[in-house]
Design a protein around this ligand. Structure first.
Ligand SMILES: CC(C)(COP(=O)(O)OP(=O)(O)OC[C@H]1O[C@@H](n2cnc3c(N)ncnc32)[C@H](O)[C@@H]1OP(=O)(O)O)[C@@H](O)C(=O)NCCC(=O)NCCS
Length: 172
């Protein structure tokens, strides 16, 4: 298997992760998002080209204005005093889906780890401190196992997705 960019494959290959929104994004929207420079999609494929999983990334920030005070203090507390700012740079996992056929084989974890490594790698073009995601409620245990923390105090306040973050500094 190998990881390629969306441009390198035909998005008409069938893909089913069990979630119609995520299937639909991959088949119908991912190329348009990429064309408009709104999200970049990467695809894990088998040697014969079958789609195993995909994820998309876009720029983001964790901002004082969008999270509760105690959580902001926690985020800001990670930085020395002279680096206290109103927001901190992040990259967001816009979508992530593993095909039903390949679930539970640590592939989702492997993809998250690969993204983390790429972002902390010295050759990354731009600096970002956090990896963020608006996690589906069903997938919260998955992101927690991958080291993500909540950006809300009470997940019951969130309807469908829960904002979470991972501090990339722990990999330095
Ligand atoms: C969530 C998803 C990407 C996980 O991918 P995966 O390759 O199956 O996950 P992994 O095999 O790496 O799982 C790692 C751990 O998380 C757990 N986990 C994964 N998905 C889970 C879920 N939905 N609920 C509870 N635990 C889950 C696994 O049991 C595993 O635990 P273990 O290490 O103790 O065995 C995949 O299930 C998926 O595509 N789901 C549908 C779409 C979705 O919800 N995407 C996330 C959008 S925010």
């Amino acid at each position: 298997m190998r990881l390629v960019t969306l441009d390198e494959i035909s998005t008409k290959e069938p893909f089913d992760c069990g979630d119609s929104d995520l299937n639909g994004f991959f088949i119908d929207d991912a190329a348009n998002y990429q064309g408009q420079m709104l999200a970049k999609t990467y695809v894990l494929i088998e040697d014969d080209g079958k789609i195993i999983a995909y994820f998309s990334l876009l720029n983001d920030k964790i901002s004082q204005t969008t999270i509760e005070k105690n959580l902001w203090r926690k985020v800001k507390g990670k930085f020395p005093h002279d680096k206290h700012m109103g927001s901190y740079p992040a990259v967001k996992i816009g979508r992530l889906a593993v095909s039903l056929e390949h679930r539970g084989k640590q592939l989702g974890t492997g993809l998250i780890s690969a993204v983390k490594q790429i972002l902390v790698n010295d050759e990354s073009v731009s600096a970002c401190r956090f990896l963020t995601v608006d996690a589906y409620k069903d997938a919260l245990p998955f992101y927690e196992k991958n080291g993500f923390k909540f950006l809300v105090n009470n997940i019951e306040d969130c309807e469908y997705t829960v904002p979470m973050y991972y501090d990339l500094m722990q990999l330095r």
